[in-house]
Write a protein that binds this ligand. Structure first.
Ligand SMILES: *[C@@H]1O[C@H](CO)[C@@H](O)[C@H](O)[C@H]1NC(C)=O
Ligand SMILES: *[C@@H]1O[C@H](CO)[C@@H](O)[C@H](O)[C@H]1NC(C)=O
Ligand SMILES: *[C@@H]1O[C@H](CO)[C@@H](O)[C@H](O)[C@H]1NC(C)=O
Ligand SMILES: *[C@@H]1O[C@H](CO)[C@@H](O)[C@H](O)[C@H]1NC(C)=O
Ligand SMILES: *[C@@H]1O[C@H](CO)[C@@H](O)[C@H](O)[C@H]1NC(C)=O
Ligand SMILES: *[C@@H]1O[C@H](CO)[C@@H](O)[C@H](O)[C@H]1NC(C)=O
Ligand SMILES: *[C@@H]1O[C@H](CO)[C@@H](O)[C@H](O)[C@H]1NC(C)=O
Length: 340
């Protein structure tokens, strides 16, 4: 087994990694943009996060099943998605981030659309795909290790790497209004911050999706940026990059009038949000780079894609972004940053 050496990667700093790069992109351009469908899963498979591997194969997590699949984004509906890993004993896989080439942190637990998350089932796992390579893509070569058992969490959804070499990963708990911090070297998960502003009742929205608090999470410039769903807030928490501890409280940048899901930064600094709402508010929204706190800075870029889930990653061409439309069971691609 490779598990000990995988674990050791996060205790030995000579193996330190560069921080993940933001989406590469060029200048802003005309909107709206029509997305292109890459793959439609069956109705039992609700895709959550998508992440491009360095070899440009796309990993897709499943909110309603314990699987990670791999898709080739250059192939269409005719391909057969490859089953990368099954998290036996669990029912849901949500967040995924890359800690180093082909080593990922993944959030795994139990969640159902009707019942919501099951308290105490959620953890971060390290998934090692360094031997999951072509031509065989042999799933028996994949290893997964439970990290920093988070028995206090009700769910761990969106993930962000605070310090890859130090093995610090933050994850959102939309039920408790907590951002958890998993320390891989110490194999421990603790609360980074808990706030009513991050909790399910902020904003007073109802319904299973509307009652979700803190959802998307991205780390940038010593800040953990977040979105909340019920209240539609976009803001940040300042964080010490060596310890992962919060160095201040929450700053709200804007309180949107729609329910935000996940988001990501483009290299331009523009922020793209997915939303839960139907048209006219459903779709992907842009918050222009440099928009000051208190202003919405927002343009609707893709209309009529309500119930979107997660903006995921750059396809490698520099301006396409892949995302999933959860309730359509789809993974899609859209050119959000114009000509390139
Ligand atoms: C849907 O896809 C998943 C993943 O491939 C599979 O496990 C499941 O059996 C499929 N369900 C149906 C109803 O086809
Ligand atoms: C996109 O995926 C690549 C490869 O997995 C990773 O290196 C990069 O940081 C990801 N970019 C974003 C914006 O998540
Ligand atoms: C989590 O889900 C799995 C798969 O459905 C099930 O076997 C397991 O009992 C569940 N665990 C809890 C604590 O609900
Ligand atoms: C981390 O701790 C959990 C128990 O909390 C344990 O099951 C797991 O094996 C540990 N992981 C490693 C890599 O030691
Ligand atoms: C989940 O479990 C933790 C730890 O036992 C507890 O503190 C928390 O109140 C529980 N949350 C819910 C929503 O039941
Ligand atoms: C990440 O953690 C390592 C080890 O503690 C530290 O040397 C490094 O400065 C940290 N990175 C940043 C950006 O703070
Ligand atoms: C942003 O603010 C402008 C000016 O108040 C308003 O016209 C626009 O509808 C707002 N857009 C969003 C998405 O909130």
């Amino acid at each position: 087994m490779e598990l000990p050496s995988l674990f050791a990667l996060f205790t030995i700093c000579s193996l330190c990694l560069a921080a993940p790069q933001p989406i590469a992109a060029n200048s802003a351009a005309a909107v709206p943009v029509q997305p292109e469908t890459i793959y439609t899963f069956n109705s039992s498979f609700i895709p959550e996060n998508t992440l491009l591997r360095n070899n440009n194969q796309l990993l897709v997590t499943c909110t309603t099943c314990p699987y990670i699949f791999q898709l080739d984004p250059t192939q269409g509906q005719d391909q057969t998605p490859k089953l990368v890993h099954t998290f036996n004993g669990y029912g849901s896989v949500t967040g995924i981030v890359q800690l180093q080439k082909d080593v990922f942190a993944v959030s795994v637990g139990n969640y159902t659309i009707s019942g919501g998350p099951v308290n105490g089932t959620w953890n971060i796992w390290l998934l090692d795909l360094r031997s999951y390579v072509p031509p065989s893509y042999d799933p028996s070569k994949v290893t997964a290790v439970l990290m920093g058992s988070a028995t206090q969490a009700t769910i761990i959804d969106g993930l962000a790497i605070v310090n890859a070499s130090r093995g610090l990963i933050a994850g959102t708990d939309f039920q408790q209004g907590t951002i958890w911090l998993t320390d891989i070297a110490l194999n421990r998960t603790t609360a980074l911050i808990t706030s009513a502003d991050l909790g399910p009742n902020a904003g007073g929205a109802t319904g299973p999706l509307g009652r979700a608090g803190v959802n998307g999470l991205k780390f940038r410039d010593s800040r953990l940026y977040f979105t909340t769903t019920s209240s539609g807030n976009y803001g940040y928490v300042p964080v010490n990059t060596q310890t992962g501890q919060a160095t201040g409280g929450i700053t709200t940048l804007f309180d949107y009038s729609f329910r935000l899901d996940d988001f990501n930064f483009a290299a331009s600094g523009n922020v793209y949000f997915t939303t839960f709402d139907s048209s006219p508010n459903g779709g992907i929204y842009r918050r222009a780079s440099g928009t000051p706190a208190g202003q919405n800075g927002t343009t609707e870029v893709i209309a009529e894609y309500g119930t979107n889930s997660v903006i995921a990653n750059d396809t490698g061409s520099g301006c396409n972004v892949i995302f999933s439309a959860a309730l359509r069971n789809q993974v899609l691609r859209a050119r959000l940053e114009g000509a390139c």
